[in-house]
Design a protein around this ligand. Sequence first.
Ligand SMILES: C[S@@+](CC[C@H](N)C(=O)[O-])C[C@H]1O[C@@H](n2cnc3c(N)ncnc32)[C@H](O)[C@@H]1O
Length: 272
Amino acid sequence: MASRGTESSEDFGDGRYGKELFEPEHPQEAERIDAAAQAYDPITLPRLRALGVGPGRRCLEVGAGTGTVARWLLDEARVDEVVALDRDTTALAGLGDPRLKVVAADITDESLRPGGFDLIHARFVLMHLPERRRLISRLAHWLNPGGWLLLGDAVELPDALDTSSVYRRTMDAMWQALKSTIGTDISSVPAYPHFLREEGLRSVAAELVCPPLVAGDPLARFWSETWGRMRPALVNTGRVDATVIDEAMAYLGSPRLAELGPGVMMAWGQRS
Ligand SMILES: C[S@@+](CC[C@H](N)C(=O)[O-])C[C@H]1O[C@@H](n2cnc3c(N)ncnc32)[C@H](O)[C@@H]1O
């Protein structure tokens, strides 16, 4: 049996985020990432504030996406430096600030030596990378004394009474397709606090927040766009067909929508 945090490679396909799915060249990719950021930033940013992020800090934003968190760290928290790292940095091009260092790199590249940080944040990145446990260890080792590691990834609390709605079937097909194509796995997210302790961090804690899923809001648009983009992979799971996906996407835009959507679980810890 796999121990906590380790996975058999047989569980995953060979694909990678940004190649087999969510190609950065897609005209709607930045908009899709931004829609999720609009929903989850109001959860992430107060947590960063509570960790005392501010002037004098050097920060690493892993998988920076469109840079909404990096921009907040610079403009609102007034930190000294943000290293915004992503495998594709196209969407970060507009963020002109002398305190911002944009790094186009794969976080799994073992040769990366980005230096020490007072804050490292990664949201909706590690869940997509099969190497997540080893990466948590590397990120923890890049912390300066007193530095914080804040990880945010998805957790779902599915309605146990619903196994067959178009919403449930499409959401389940999505997690299965993400896992088999690029290795996404959210099953170990609730174990992140333990992983942070195993890395010797202190003041470890975690919280889970599920933002409201409301028709027409950015988050509903995010899931609809995500499902639309994954259509062939969803059908390949055998759980849904084109009609179910269409109905599920229509449901996300309708006043009938009544779901507890996926939440972000944030886990944090501090280097002594
Ligand atoms: C779901 S998006 C999240 C973006 C941002 N963190 C946010 O929450 O708004 C995942 C981001 O991680 C980046 N990413 C995925 N795999 C990566 C890797 N191996 N190395 C660096 N960045 C990666 C993607 O390019 C994308 O920008």
